[in-house]
Design a protein. Structure first.
Length: 173
């Protein structure tokens, strides 16, 4: 039973890592420190469950702001999609929980009227939490926008190069 509790806690954290701020990540780390001995057999880092927990916390700490900072430090600033660009194209969000289920659907409407959806569901009704379901569904819907915006950017870059080619301009610029 302790192993199942541990597995549930950390798979849930993995699913919501993109929605956790630094304070929440620190709380999760504190929770781990305080409760690890209750959740898994003792054995420090030799225990694979403790290792997995520490890896999860490490991943959680690599948030979007830190990734953006690393991108800037490495000067990877060619045309690209940013978090702000994704947030900017979202016009509104709507949620629906289907009656008698633990299925939450998020529908994001983009500025141009296109919609993307994300879903979240849990196997056990006892684990259902409306707020958490909405966060996970929102994240999955938002993730779909990256591919759409990436395609648009790639098409724009292609069109610009095609125009340069058609005008006999230098394509290396």
């Amino acid at each position: 039973m302790a192993y199942q509790t541990f597995e549930m806690n950390f798979s849930t954290l993995e699913n919501i890592k993109n929605f956790m701020n630094k304070e929440e990540i620190n709380e999760a780390e504190e929770y781990l420190k305080e409760n690890a001995s209750k959740l898994v057999p003792t054995g420090e880092d030799k225990d694979p469950y403790i290792k997995a927990a520490k890896n999860t916390i490490r991943k959680l700490k690599m948030n979007n702001e830190e990734i953006e900072k690393e991108v800037q430090e490495k000067r990877l600033t060619a045309p690209r999609i940013t978090q702000e660009m994704i947030d900017h194209v979202i016009k509104c969000e709507e949620y629906h929980v289907f009656p008698g289920s633990q299925l939450t659907v998020c529908c994001l409407t983009l500025l141009n009227g296109f919609t993307v959806t994300g879903e979240s569901a849990c196997a056990s009704p006892e684990n259902f939490n409306k707020e958490l379901g909405e966060k996970i569904a929102y994240g999955k819907a938002r993730d779909k926008i990256w591919a759409l915006e990436g395609y648009l950017l790639k098409q724009k870059l292609y069109d610009e190069n095609l125009e340069k080619y058609n005008n006999n301009e230098d394509l290396t610029k």
